[in-house]
Design a protein around this ligand. Structure first.
Ligand code: GLC
Length: 598
């Protein structure tokens, strides 16, 4: 009997959230989806330069200046002279986060420089003790977050600390550092400071650690990490912990979310929560010459793309030493906020959908399990104002634009596994437009299908085939893509695809390949619905990759194979057999199926 509550809990868990492996305490986080990262500290006073010299490293992370330019502890603090205390107001950062539609704010309580933004008893190297202004930025930010209803997160650099003599900075790879010496730092600074942060500032939503390699490769021991985690759990049972604690989510499911590499967007659907931390340009701390600003559309797609894979995005602002947020960041975050005000329903509380995430080339899907609403994020509004959703088997109840308050219904046609939607002439949003499809239950999906492309047909490629015979290893695109992704057939090989034809009629079939044969001896056969198209493989020769560089590459050409007649809507399988001539490989790229225009 004792096990029943646990069993009940385990059974209900998947119903509560689409991400099956989410810890209960992280449900707010997977609902929130979008947060703000703030890198602000002594380094903000340097703006990427020290005594006229630019930061000594190409990646230009301005918050690394103390280490990169070898600045001593005391001298480094001279940068605090650049701070304008009267104009620094953390509430303004929180207000921007709110405007941007962000649900949590994570600030660098202590970055690698070892300098705390609060009145720490455990180390005097902090903002309160080292300035006459006597500010406790963590306290101010905690109050502002509370006032405006946002969760507070704290970045804390546990592994690296360039101030404490017994801690780790990378020069110790040369001098060596014993675990015993390091543990002095751990006990004197990390544990007491973490205790302060978790005790004196109210509810902490998450602690964001920053050890980006596994503990086994560092001076930190697993025992130290587990003890730190235990203390967090005891002091604040609801506080989330990220994987840069040094323990991966695979190693310890109790770690609440995975932190991907800096600016690394999601690449696969994950059942355990993950987050990308992203910058608007490049540096995290304010950098005077950072200028490669990502556009608002790019940032929006980063959020959407991550949610479509069950992930979050935390976007960084690096305020200046006077607290000011760079205009280029402010403008973009506000624009994201405007978009979210209209379209936020497709992001907050939404997650990945059951279909393959890369199935449609026109955009991304997110899904809300509680409401059975599917959101179609259209990155590229089709010129013919027709959109096909492939792979969903249920009949939609209704379809409308999320931006349309009146929810005017769009005309659609549903055939077994394809929903064709008639769009308005112009996109409701110049960046990303969202359609809502309402279902009466979580729809059943067909993941084997090749989706209908926005180019107006079916693109059958090695990576969307359901079956293959022979060596089907995909050879990645090379030479800047001038040699496209392909599969090399050295012997008789086969690929099979599944499509759903919702518009019967005659379909042209093209095959794209390269063959370096001298004469046409190889063969390709495509079989579908009882008929076969056969062709000899033609020599395609070479082409020029880049003029005047002797860059001569295999030429890939699309050859017309003929037409297939589909008299009925339905599922069809298409099988392609390639028979290369002896020792003369066929480099296969794709098949293209397109309806013949009447
Ligand atoms: C890296 C850097 C650090 C930055 C962080 C943000 O780990 O060391 O400066 O704070 O990434 O993701």
């Amino acid at each position: 009997m004792k096990n029943i509550p646990l069993l009940f809990f385990l059974l209900t868990l998947p119903l509560l959230n689409a991400q099956k492996l989410t810890n209960q305490r992280a449900l707010w986080f997977t609902d929130a989806r979008f947060g703000m990262f703030i890198h602000w500290g002594v380094y903000s006073g340097a703006e990427g330069y020290w005594k006229g010299e630019k930061l000594r490293y190409d990646n230009d992370y301005a918050e690394w200046i103390k280490y990169r330019n070898q600045i001593g502890n005391t001298e480094y603090l001279s940068l605090l002279d650049n701070f304008d205390w009267d104009s620094i107001d953390p509430e303004e950062w929180v207000l921007l986060a709110k405007k941007a539609g962000m649900k949590y704010v994570t600030i660098t309580a202590k970055h690698h420089d070892g300098f705390g933004l609060w009145n720490s008893k455990a180390s005097d190297y902090n903002i309160y003790k080292q300035t006459n202004a006597k500010r406790d930025i963590i306290k101010e930010l905690a109050e502002a977050c509370k006032k405006h209803g946002l969760k507070l997160g704290l970045y804390y650099s546990h592994w690296i600390d360039w101030e404490h003599p017994d801690s780790w900075d990378h020069s110790k790879e040369i001098t060596g550092l014993s675990k015993e010496t390091y543990s002095r730092y751990w006990e004197q600074k990390v544990m007491p400071q973490m205790r302060e942060l978790l005790t004196d500032y109210g509810e902490i939503g998450l602690i964001w650690f920053d050890m980006w390699i596994h503990h086994s490769e560092t001076v930190v021991t697993k025992e130290q990490l587990l003890r730190l985690k235990k203390m967090i759990r005891e002091l604040q049972p609801n506080c989330l912990i990220n994987s840069r604690l040094g323990l991966s989510v695979e190693e310890d499911r109790d770690v609440d979310f995975q932190t991907l590499d800096d600016n690394q967007l999601g690449y696969a659907k994950k059942e355990h929560p993950f987050q990308t931390s992203a910058t608007v340009a490049h540096s995290w701390g304010y950098h005077a010459t950072d200028s490669k600003w990502k556009s608002t559309t790019t940032l929006l797609k980063s959020i959407i793309g991550n949610v479509a894979l069950n992930g979050n995005l935390m976007l960084n602002i690096g305020p200046r030493a006077n607290g000011e947020i760079p205009k280029d960041i402010e403008q973009r975050t506000e624009e994201i906020g405007e978009w979210l005000k209209v379209n936020g329903e497709s992001i907050y509380g939404s997650a990945a959908f059951g279909l393959r995430a890369d199935m449609h080339d026109w955009g991304k899907l997110t899904y809300n399990e509680d409401t059975s609403k599917l959101y179609l994020h259209i990155y590229n509004w089709p010129l013919n104002n027709q959109l096909k959703l492939t792979g969903v088997k249920n009949n939609p109840i209704r379809i409308y634009q999320l931006a349309d308050k009146s929810k005017a219904e769009l005309e659609f046609n549903h055939h077994e596994a394809v929903t064709s939607i008639k769009l308005s002439k112009t996109a409701p949003d110049p960046r990303v437009s969202v359609l809502v499809i309402e279902y009466n239950a979580t729809p059943t999906v067909e993941n084997d299908l090749v989706a209908y492309s926005f180019s107006g047909g079916y693109s059958l490629k090695p990576n969307n085939a359901i079956r293959s015979k022979g060596d089907a290893s995909i050879i990645e695109a090379q030479k800047f893509g001038s040699i496209p992704e392909h599969v090399q057939f050295d012997q008789e090989s086969e690929f099979q695809w599944k499509i759903y034809i919702d518009e019967p009629g005659q379909y042209n079939v093209d095959v794209s390949y390269s063959s370096q044969e001298k004469s046409a001896n190889g063969k390709v056969t495509i079989v579908c619905n009882g008929s076969a198209l056969k062709a000899k493989v033609q020599p395609t020769g070479k082409t020029v990759g880049e003029p005047n560089t002797d860059w001569h590459i295999d030429r890939y050409v699309a050859q017309k194979m003929g037409t297939f007649e589909f008299t009925q809507p339905g599922y069809y399988t298409l099988t392609m057999t390639a028979e290369p001539d002896k020792d003369k490989p066929i480099k296969f790229q794709w098949l293209w199926l397109e309806k013949v225009k009447n």
